[in-house]
Design a binder for this molecule. Structure first.
Ligand SMILES: Cc1cc2nc3c(=O)[nH]c(=O)nc-3n(C[C@H](O)[C@H](O)[C@H](O)COP(=O)(O)OP(=O)(O)OC[C@H]3O[C@@H](n4cnc5c(N)ncnc54)[C@H](O)[C@@H]3O)c2cc1C
Length: 328
């Protein structure tokens, strides 16, 4: 492995790849943004556990899938980014009929695997260009399907490298939102009982590394047809020829963000290399060398314009992280 830099990251026996000052535009679908101080691509689950165990306890950590829902600011991110895609790729049919998918498995691969094994209901995953880990973190969904409708158990790794299994009941699951209940309790200053030790936030920090999913039995051929038609619907309605991060804003209750943005005349609005897509108003596309600041400024402008003209406050669905560039 490449270990030419800081000694506190040079634990022995690691088999993955550690890179320093890594441009995050290589790892995000918007193809924009600054660098991460460190990225680690584990060789496999054991290696990831070993790496996490070797880290300083206060090392800032972020898990990353395919970066298809993420804007990293131009000043980059401090700490270490864990690259799950390419590392945790196991996908298997279990004896009880469930499907086990590790965090790095792409949605399209999961959909095709489920169809191949006579499952129905997994087709929607084909339209989501993210990983199992990112889909769990976001409760990603489309065409009436949502990730957590199919989860029977998840596997997580803590920042100290321990593997745990959790049930869906341990999470507060909503529209594009998943929060570990015990973390929520700590953050809001509550605790289970007066004699249970109050965990620290660090001890609760953990990342999805796998999930067991359940689907109905059905005709795999029909599922494959459904995947095809779903993908062609996407090609005709989304600007997939330009870098983007899918829907920028959540749909407000009973309405569509795209409809509101279009109504405000914002289609085609441009800041630097970022543009509100002419094809789908809830997409922002990178039409050239957009900086993360161009994209974030456009997000803010769209939000302010929609609020002023319609009274609806749109909330971003994309995650924005990192530091502003020094000159911003
Ligand atoms: C063209 C296009 C179409 C899209 N269509 C849809 C759609 O129909 N429905 C939909 O819901 N989304 C859609 N998206 C958004 C995106 O694909 C989903 O949100 C997806 O779940 C993100 O997965 P990812 O692996 O790329 O996550 P990333 O973008 O890498 O990360 C997203 C968030 O999840 C966290 N995360 C990632 N992996 C883990 C992990 N293993 N453990 C804990 N946290 C983790 C990250 O820290 C980050 O906060 C679309 C995006 C694009 C570009």
């Amino acid at each position: 492995m490449n270990m030419s830099e800081p000694t506190q990251f040079s634990a022995t026996g690691l088999r993955g790849e550690l890179r320093f000052d890594e441009p995050m535009r290589r790892h995000t679908s918007w193809r924009a943004g600054g660098a991460a101080q460190r990225v680690y691509q584990a060789a496999d689950m054991d290696d990831l556990q070993h790496f996490l165990h070797s880290l300083p306890v206060d090392e800032p950590l972020i898990a990353l899938g395919l970066g298809s829902n993420l804007l990293v600011r131009d000043g980059g991110v401090r700490g270490t980014v864990l690259l799950m895609h390419g590392a945790l790729g196991e996908l298997s049919l279990q004896e009880d009929g469930s499907i086990y998918a590790q965090a790095g498995v792409p949605g399209a691969k999961l959909a095709r695997f489920a169809a191949l094994h006579g499952c129905r209901g997994a087709e929607f995953f084909a339209g989501i260009p993210g990983t199992m880990g990112g889909m769990l973190a976001m409760n990603a969904g489309c065409y009436g399907g949502e990730t957590w409708q199919h989860v029977s158990r998840v596997q997580v790794v803590t920042r100290r490298g321990e593997l745990l299994e959790r049930t869906p009941q341990e999470y507060e699951i909503g529209y594009r939102s998943v929060i570990l209940r015990s973390k929520w309790k700590v953050e809001s200053g509550k605790r289970e009982s007066s004699d249970s030790p109050l965990p620290t936030l660090h001890s609760l920090e953990e990342f999805f590394v796998g999930a067991w999913l359940r689907f109905e039995a059905g005709d795999g051929g029909v599922a494959r047809q459904e995947i095809k038609s779903l993908l062609s619907r996407r090609i005709s309605s989304q600007p997939l020829n330009l870098p983007n991060a899918g829907s920028v804003f959540r749909n407000p209750p009973g309405d569509f963000a795209a409809r509101l943005i279009e109504q405000c005349g914002l289609k085609g609005r441009q800041i630097g290399g970022a543009q509100v897509s002419e094809k789908h108003a809830n997409f922002i596309v990178n039409i050239g060398d957009a900086t993360a600041a161009d994209i974030e400024n456009l997000i803010n402008e769209v939000r302010a314009t929609v609020a002023a003209q319609t009274g609806v406050d749109l909330h971003p669905e994309v995650k924005i992280m990192g530091e502003y560039a020094k000159h911003e």
